[in-house]
Design a protein around this ligand. Structure first.
Ligand code: SAM
Length: 493
């Protein structure tokens, strides 16, 4: 029945029996899911939990930016740390001694987070606080603009995976240090001393009439110096002292520092999918390349729209994602499909809590709406605010044109049935009245309501509306969706 994948999935427990089940997205509270992951089994962990921002943040769905709200309120910084501590303890348990842990946060709680992480991972395993300049400029009338995030980097021990990264040289560094330009090739180079303060073996010989400076030794053997000369790498100063010609274009760059100003997720960036807290792929690429190797396991336990998973997949790493939001899981599964060309259930899986009426009643309204609409094979509405009584639309398959000719393509989009979702215990007559108004306003012959139950008054009104207005309201129950009722499937087309 549903054209889109339903959000129901297999239970998360006991999945990691002996080996790690990678290329999996787990839908559930990470505290529960992490308990199923064996000790010391993960190479790299990146987390970007909801900040202690004491505000709602908005989720924009799809390219037309549907406005939704998520609640990331934590009553106080203390409550936020209380929420994060058991999760970080679990994360520390699953991290390999050679592994690395990155915690992404900002000024709201970063100082408290650092103290907590020192206690959990050990001060000696703290490696860096990365300052990521997130915004080019933030206007703030009463203080300096708060334009950066903090990313704390810890390791499982002193012996950890580390692949040094390099950044470009600053222009003034190049000007000062690579002062010469080779005639003919135009290559920039510097001249480096060929002596060293430590000796060993035959390193005090005379070479082309020169001895090392007093108290120093040649840095290379006589044979190596001859080879450099043959390769055109030696320049003799006026004094006769040989020096080494080091080309700028052969240098890897400046070892990357802990202030990152070169990565930004611009408003119009192609990778942007509309998730409000989406982080840029190059940021995750950098972290994953520096702190893991191909085939290593990368875990993101708050994975949102799955940026870390996409970056890990692109870099040939195995990955595990966890998110408590069904919407996030659906968004990241679609992203892995469209961006990485993976096929769900073949190349990766979404594993999660089974939905039952109790869990659905407790879900945030926005998640419940998305669950209901997507389960019916519909498309969630683009605007939460001002959605005019429509939570989603079903585009019936019979509406698809036989030939994709341009004029008929318009009919696909005009042929839709509205869906209205109510999380209340019983849908009553006033709810039906409101939906009837929507059906008449939009001139729809059919529409779907989703709820847990309907009052008999509501059902009578639905029948009356069909007889008088010749418009069919299909009252769908949550139970019918959970049971994949074949009768319902027939009504959807
Ligand atoms: C800031 S977003 C992550 C954004 C992500 N880094 C990206 O680039 O898309 C935080 C995510 O944590 C999820 N989350 C919050 N509490 C959670 C929990 N207890 N278990 C799992 N995920 C949780 C939220 O649903 C949200 O998607």
């Amino acid at each position: 029945m549903p054209s889109k994948k339903s959000l129901t999935a297999k239970p998360a427990r006991n999945l990691f029996s002996s080996t790690l089940d990678a290329q999996s997205i787990f839908l559930g509270d990470n505290l529960d899911v992490l308990k199923g992951i064996p000790n010391k089994s993960v190479d790299l962990i990146y987390i970007d939990p909801p900040f202690n921002s004491d505000r709602n943040y908005e989720v924009f769905w799809g390219d037309k930016k549907e406005l939704r709200t998520f609640d990331d309120r934590h009553g106080s910084t203390g409550a936020y740390i209380d929420f994060m501590r058991p999760r970080c303890l679990e994360l520390a348990r699953v991290l390999k001694p050679t592994g690395s842990f990155y915690y992404h946060c900002d000024w709201h709680a970063s100082h408290y987070v650092k103290v907590m992480l020192d206690q959990i991972f050990g001060e000696n395993n703290f490696q860096n606080e990365i300052v990521w300049k997130r915004f080019s400029a933030k206007n703030d009338a009463v203080r300096y603009g708060r334009g950066h995030d903090a990313i704390f980097f810890y390791t499982g021990s002193k012996a950890y995976t580390w692949n040094p990264k390099y950044g470009p040289f600053e222009p003034d560094y190049v000007e000062q240090n690579y002062r010469y330009t080779e005639e003919g090739t135009g290559r920039r180079y510097r001249l480096s001393d060929l002596t060293a303060n430590k000796g060993g073996g035959d390193v005090d010989y005379e070479w082309h009439g020169m001895l090392p400076y007093k108290g120093r030794h040649w840095a290379y053997s006589r044979e190596k110096m001859d080879q450099f000369l043959e390769e055109g790498r030696i320049v003799f100063r006026k004094t006769g002292m040989p020096v080494y010609k080091r080309y700028l274009d052969e240098m890897p760059g400046v070892p990357l520092q802990d202030v990152w100003t070169d990565i930004r997720l611009h408003a119009g960036a192609k990778e942007r999918i509309g998730w409000p807290t989406q982080k840029p792929l190059p940021l995750l690429k950098r972290i994953i390349e520096a702190s893991s190797n191909p085939d290593d396991i990368v875990l993101d336990a708050f994975c949102g729209c799955g940026t870390a998973l996409v970056a890990a997949q692109n870099l040939g790493r195995r990955w595990i994602g966890i998110d408590v939001s069904p919407t996030a899981c659906r968004v990241m599964a679609d992203r892995l499909t469209s961006v990485c060309h993976l096929k769900e259930d073949r190349d990766f899986r979404v594993i999660g809590m089974e939905f039952d009426p109790v869990a659905l009643r407790r879900m945030p309204p926005f998640e419940f709406e998305n669950w209901a609409v997507i389960s019916l094979g519909g498309v969630p509405n683009r605007a939460k605010v001002g959605d005019k009584g429509i939570d989603g639309r079903i585009y019936p398959t019979h509406a698809l044109p036989k030939k994709a000719k341009k004029p008929r393509q318009m009919t696909i989009f005009d042929n839709w049935y509205p869906i209205q979702v109510k999380q209340t215990d019983k849908i009553g007559r006033p709810d039906v009245d409101q939906f009837e108004a929507v059906m008449v306003r939009e001139n729809r012959p059919k529409g779907f309501m989703v709820g847990f139950e309907y009052t008999s008054d509501a059902r009578r009104e639905i029948d009356r509306f069909l007889r008088s207005a010749k418009r069919a309201i299909i009252p769908v129950t949550v139970e019918q969706i959970l049971d994949a009722d074949p009768e319902l499937a027939r009504k959807l087309v």
